[in-house]
Write a protein that binds this ligand. Structure first.
Ligand code: ZN
Length: 261
């Protein structure tokens, strides 16, 4: 039996999820998942097909057989080589989609001092987050996070992950939903980086929480976990990205740490 894949494979058109991490919503999907190694999802999160261990592709209803199957098979092959090099995905289409949301990417980059952050072609499973969702990080960041978490635990400090890698499409969804609720672009940008500009796209950033503490609240700075991170995170390559009065106009985020290797 082949080992279960522990990577998320990313391309400009689709992503491949390890099938064992997904739960079926319908009986027909459960049968397909039982024999699947990978599940192909569109960039919008639609489930397109499964790929079995022999790299046969099975479209998931209501999808029709697709002409993309060779591309997906190549991605599955890449997924079977966990040491293959990771590259940055092209950013094309991002600026147009931002304009549709009412945001000029060049203008935003200048105002915020933030840079566009490409998505990597592969993320590694770094465990599970507080909500038992798979935690995806770049492989270096993932190893550093698990070492740091173990070191904190041995000092009696509980760290948990709130959120790791997030795709452009995911951040775009947050933005679009807030716009639909009537928030202005400026309202949203005070709290969320623009899609394509979040450090979470890199797979090297992570929101950290601790027992009994609501996620992503400024009160995190008064916890033993934050004091421990302030003293030790640097030893593991993690820095606080958005301290008070940071030049990017992003609110103070004591929970958001980025691995710099
Ligand atoms: Zn964050």
């Amino acid at each position: 039996m082949q080992p279960r894949p522990r990577h998320l494979i990313n391309s400009a058109h689709a992503e491949l999820w390890p099938a064992w991490l997904l739960r079926a919503r319908r009986n027909a999907d459960a049968r397909a998942l039982a024999t699947a190694t990978w599940v192909v999802r569109s960039r919008n999160g639609d489930y397109l097909a499964t790929i079995d261990a022999a790299r046969n592709i099975h479209p998931l209803p209501p999808q029709q057989p697709s002409r993309n199957t060779d591309g997906w098979r190549a991605l599955a092959l890449d997924g079977a080589r966990p040491q293959a090099p990771v590259h940055a995905l092209p950013m094309h289409g991002l600026e147009r989609r931002l304009l549709e949301l009412g945001l000029d990417a060049d203008d935003y980059a200048q105002r915020s001092g933030l840079m566009q952050v490409p998505e990597p072609s592969r993320l590694a499973l770094a465990g599970f987050d507080r909500y038992r969702r798979p935690l995806w990080l770049g492989s270096g960041a993932g190893r550093a996070w698990n070492r740091m978490r173990a070191a904190a635990a041995s000092d009696g400090v509980a760290l948990d992950a709130i959120s790791g890698y997030r795709s452009h499409a995911y951040q775009m969804g947050i933005f679009a939903r807030k716009r639909a609720r009537g928030l202005t672009v400026d309202d949203i940008l005070a709290v969320n980086a623009a899609p394509g500009f979040s450090e979470h796209h890199s797979g090297d950033a992570l929101d950290i929480g601790t027992d009994g503490e609501a996620p992503a609240e400024e009160s995190f700075e008064r916890t033993a976990a934050f004091r421990w991170l302030s003293d030790h995170a640097g030893d593991f390559g993690f820095n606080l990205s958005y301290p008070r009065d940071n030049p990017h106009g992003i609110v103070y985020e004591p929970w958001h740490w980025r691995w710099h290797g």
